[in-house]
Write a protein that binds this ligand. Structure first.
Ligand code: PRP
Length: 285
């Protein structure tokens, strides 16, 4: 049987989370450190461990069928490569920053100045769109030191926690876009492999949905049930089961992680007791 070839970052910020999501969708890979590729034991899939910046070209050429890659890299290098799923990890911004004491406080202040970046295509397009002319210095690593060594007046790089900017005395003045890991697809993928990719995507959706949800169980006095149920959306509607204790029910539901504390507070205020919250591994809708 044909195997789908998926590229993941060889090393770096996406590698661990990429391998984790493959594991969580039930794909078992024997993971040797310095391997170029590895086959899954229980799924028609091969993982190619590649350098981040090379992955878009491998996708374009059809050497790999799909990839887990940062949207920022796709935007910089991947001409017209599409993605089918946002994966919710490796979130970052692509931003312009300048030294803290710089008089530049906005993009237009960089007109006529020098910007160092590993994202020349992205920056060029952005400056053109905003009608700013700046001199670009393309460098491949440690962009953040460029202003301190006199190479540039500002930088454009990815910002995640912001600690690199902080450590180098830089301030963010413009966010070009926000990025996260995505599941990208080669334009050359065959129909047969597309069907395998759809299975992967289906499983990933279930895992991601599970990560963003919590299962809640609570006890409620029957006279408060209607009010409590109105707070809990559930997948269809909450499950309500009678407790052995007269006048009480057990209510089960799924809630969004983002609204978690807000919902718990509201439930308590309405008289819910014994609230248990459990993680969800997968949610198949
Ligand atoms: C990126 C970027 C910054 C840093 C920002 O480098 O170039 O140096 O992350 O992250 P922070 O806001 O959490 O400090 P990365 O670690 O991906 O490696 P790279 O230098 O190879 O790009």
């Amino acid at each position: 049987m044909n195997k789908i070839r998926i590229a993941v970052q060889k090393s770096g910020r996406l590698n661990e989370d990429s391998m984790r999501i493959l594991k969580e969708i039930g794909i078992a890979i024997d993971n040797g450190k310095d391997q170029l590729k590895a086959a899954a034991r229980n799924f028609p899939l091969e993982v190619f461990y590649l350098r981040n910046g090379d992955i878009p070209q491998y996708l374009t050429d059809g050497v790999v069928d799909a990839a887990i890659i940062g949207e920022n890299v796709l935007i910089e290098k991947g001409n017209d490569i599409e993605f089918v799923e946002r994966l919710g990890f490796s979130k970052c911004k692509v931003s312009i920053a300048v030294p803290k004491n710089s008089t530049s406080n906005s993009l237009k202040d960089l007109d006529g100045k020098r910007i160092a970046t590993s994202y020349p295509n992205t920056v060029t397009k952005y400056l053109e769109k905003n009608k700013i002319k700046a001199q670009l210095h393309t460098i491949n690593g440690s962009v953040e030191i460029a202003p301190n060594i006199g190479l540039a007046d500002g930088i454009c790089d990815i910002v995640s926690s912001g600690s690199t900017l902080f450590k180098n005395g830089l301030k963010e003045i413009e966010v070009l876009f926000e990025s996260e890991a995505v599941l990208a697809v080669s334009p050359a993928i065959s129909e047969e492999k597309k069907a395998i990719l759809e299975k992967i995507q289906f499983r990933m959706k279930a895992v991601l949905k599970g990560r963003n949800s919590k299962y809640v169980l609570l006890n409620a006095p029957n006279d408060k049930l209607t009010e409590i149920i109105s707070i809990l959306p559930g997948m269809k509607s909450p499950t309500v089961l009678p407790l052995a204790k007269e006048g009480w029910s057990s209510v089960h539901s799924v809630i969004d992680k983002g609204q978690f504390w807000q919902i718990i507070d509201a439930l308590k205020a309405k008289g819910a007791e014994g609230i248990l919250v459990c993680p969800i591994e997968n949610m198949v809708l």
